[in-house]
Design a protein around this ligand. Structure first.
Ligand SMILES: [Fe+2]
Length: 297
C-alpha cells in the first residue's frame, strides 16, 4: 500500500462532544487502510473518550468489518435472525429486512431491536463479553432513535460510600433470556438457551487497558444479584441505573447518515431513544471479540 492511500496521524482532529464522554474524530477515511501509527493513536483516543464519532463514512459492510479488525477480531453474533446473511460479522440493528422491506412493529426482530431502548452494555451475558462495538448509520431516523451513552467510570466514582460498599466485590447475573421475558418476546429456543447460559459478572470491574474502576451492570440482562433477594436485587439495579442516567454522565448522539460510532463496552452503557416504528432505521454493527474474563475492580 502506498503512503497516499493511508491516513496518517497528522490528519486526525479530535473534538470533545460532552464533558463526560464522546469525541468526534475527523481525518479518517474508513475505506482506506490505516497505518499502524494512526491505528494506535485511535486506540489511545478511544480509551480517553470512550465513544468516538466518525462522521461521513460511506463504507460498505466489508469495509466496516475491515476497519473493525484494527481493534480486534469481529464477533459473529449467535442469533441468525439478527445477523446479516451477506456479511456474517454484521449485526443488523434494523427494522428493515435485507430486501429493504420495513418490518411491522410486532415483528420479533423489530421487537428485539427495540429492546436497545433500555440501558445495557453489549453481550455482558457472555462469559467473555465483547470489548467494543462499531455502529454505522445506514438509514437514520428523525423521529427519535438517538443513541445515549453513559460513562461508567464516572458513575462508579459518583456512588455514595454506602453504595460502593454494597457493590464492591459483589456479582450480578447477566441472562440473555431475561431480556426476552421482560418484553414478552417469544421465549428463546432450546438451542439459543444452550448457547447462552446466564453468567455472573463483578458489579465493579477493572478496565484491562486503563486500569480504572467502572460500574458494570446491564439492566436489560440483570436478573439476580449475589446475596440479595429478588426484590432487593431489582431495587439495586434500578437505583444504579438512575444514577448512570444522570445527564452529567450522558452524551446523546443525534445521527447523521454515514456516521460511524465506536464505543467501549467495558466502561460505558448505552440506550436508544424511542422512535416511530413506521420510520425506517437501518444501522449496521460490528462487535469486537473480548480477550479476557471481566476482572473485578
Ligand atoms: Fe447495544
Amino acid at each position: 500500500m502506498s503512503a497516499l492511500t493511508e491516513a496518517t496521524t497528522s490528519d486526525l482532529t479530535v473534538r470533545k462532544l460532552h464533558p463526560a464522554l464522546g469525541a468526534e474524530v475527523r481525518g479518517i477515511d474508513m475505506r482506506r487502510p490505516l497505518d499502524p501509527a494512526t491505528a494506535s493513536a485511535l486506540q489511545a483516543i478511544w480509551m480517553e473518550h470512550l465513544v468516538l464519532v466518525f462522521p461521513s463514512q460511506n463504507v460498505t459492510d466489508a469495509e466496516h468489518v475491515a476497519f473493525t479488525r484494527y481493534f480486534g477480531e469481529p464477533e459473529i453474533f449467535h442469533q441468525k435472525i439478527i445477523r446479516s446473511e451477506r456479511v456474517q460479522e454484521i449485526f443488523r440493528v434494523s427494522n428493515v429486512n435485507e430486501d429493504g422491506v420495513l418490518m411491522p412493529p410486532d415483528h420479533p426482530v423489530a421487537q428485539q431491536v427495540a429492546l436497545a431502548q433500555f440501558w445495557h452494555t453489549d453481550s455482558s451475558y457472555k462469559d467473555i463479553p465483547c470489548t467494543g462495538a462499531l455502529l454505522h448509520g445506514v438509514e437514520v431516523s428523525r423521529t427519535g432513535g438517538e443513541t445515549q451513552f453513559t460513562n461508567m467510570y464516572l458513575v462508579y466514582d459518583a456512588l455514595s460510600p454506602a453504595l460502593k460498599r454494597l457493590v464492591d466485590g459483589r456479582k450480578a447475573r447477566h441472562n440473555f433470556g431475561h431480556m426476552h421475558s421482560q418484553a414478552a418476546l417469544k421465549p428463546l429456543t432450546e438451542e439459543e438457551k444452550a448457547a447462552m447460559p446466564p453468567v455472573w459478572q463483578p458489579i465493579v470491574r477493572q478496565h484491562p487497558v486503563t486500569g480504572r474502576k467502572a460500574l458494570y451492570i446491564s439492566p436489560i440482562y440483570n436478573d439476580e444479584v449475589e446475596g440479595m433477594s429478588a426484590d432487593d436485587a431489582k431495587r439495586l439495579i434500578v437505583e444504579l441505573t438512575q444514577i448512570a442516567a444522570d445527564p452529567r454522565f450522558v452524551y446523546t448522539h443525534r445521527w447523521e447518515t454515514d456516521d460511524v460510532l465506536m464505543w467501549d463496552n467495558r466502561c460505558s452503557m448505552h440506550q436508544v431513544t424511542p422512535f416511530d416504528p413506521r420510520e425506517r432505521r437501518v444501522m449496521h454493527r460490528t462487535t469486537i471479540v473480548g480477550q479476557d474474563r471481566v476482572m473485578a475492580g
